[in-house]
Write a protein that binds this ligand. Structure first.
Ligand code: SF4
Ligand code: SF4
Length: 167
C-alpha cells in the first residue's frame, strides 16, 4: 500500500513538474515554439561579430556586437525583422543539427541540450529571473562594444579568448 501511495503521489508531482522542466523531458525538436524561445538565456554571445580564418576555417569571437542589440538586457531590438535587417544574423532553426554549430558559445542552452548536458544554475529557466544570466557574468553586457563605435579595420584588435576573462 505504501508503495502504491508513493507512486500515485509521484505521478501527480511529475504531472506538475513536467511542464516546468520541459527541457529535461523533450528533445529540441519536440518543444513548442514558446518553449524553444524560452531556452535562449539572452547572453547575447551569438550577436558578437565573428572572424573566420580563411585557411583553417577557425572562428574567432570579438567583443564587438551588432548595433541592433540592447545592451541593458542583451535582447535584439528588431527581433522579428532581424534576418532581413542584418543578413549575417543567423536564425537558429529548431530542426537544425546543433552539433554542427560548433561555434555556438559553450554556455548556449541549445548547444548544451544538444550535447546532452543540463542547463546551468544561472539559466533564467532555473532561476525564474531573467537577470540571472547578467548577474552571473555570463552575458556580454559588461564588455561588448557596438559595431558603429569601432572602425572596420580595427576588428582584429577586439578578438577575445573565452578561456581568459570572458566566460
Ligand atoms: S548564444 Fe544561445 S543562449 Fe546566448 S543569446 Fe545566443 S542563442 Fe541565446
Ligand atoms: S539582428 Fe538582432 S539577433 Fe541578429 S545579430 Fe543583430 S542583435 Fe543579434
Amino acid at each position: 500500500m505504501a508503495n502504491t501511495i508513493g507512486k500515485s503521489i509521484f505521478k501527480e508531482l511529475q504531472k506538475k513538474l513536467t511542464p516546468m522542466n520541459f527541457w529535461k523531458t523533450k528533445t529540441l525538436n519536440e518543444m513548442t515554439s514558446d518553449e524553444w524561445e524560452s531556452l535562449c538565456d539572452n547572453c547575447g554571445k551569438c550577436c558578437l561579430v565573428k572572424l573566420e580564418d580563411e585557411d583553417t576555417e577557425e572562428i574567432y569571437f570579438t567583443n564587438v556586437v551588432c548595433d541592433l542589440i540592447v545592451l541593458d538586457n542583451c535582447r535584439c531590438s528588431r527581433y522579428l525583422e532581424r534576418c532581413t535587417l542584418v543578413p549575417e544574423c543567423l536564425d537558429l532553426k529548431q530542426e537544425a543539427n546543433f552539433k554542427d554549430y560548433t561555434w555556438l558559445p559553450k554556455t548556449c542552452a541549445y548547444r548544451l541540450l544538444a550535447d546532452g548536458k543540463p542547463l546551468p544554475s544561472w539559466h533564467p529557466l532555473i532561476t525564474n529571473d531573467s537577470d540571472s544570466v547578467h548577474e552571473a557574468g555570463v552575458s556580454i553586457r559588461s564588455y561588448a562594444v557596438k559595431e558603429s563605435e569601432i572602425g572596420d579595420d580595427d576588428l582584429q584588435n577586439y578578438i577575445i579568448d573565452w578561456q581568459e576573462k570572458f566566460i
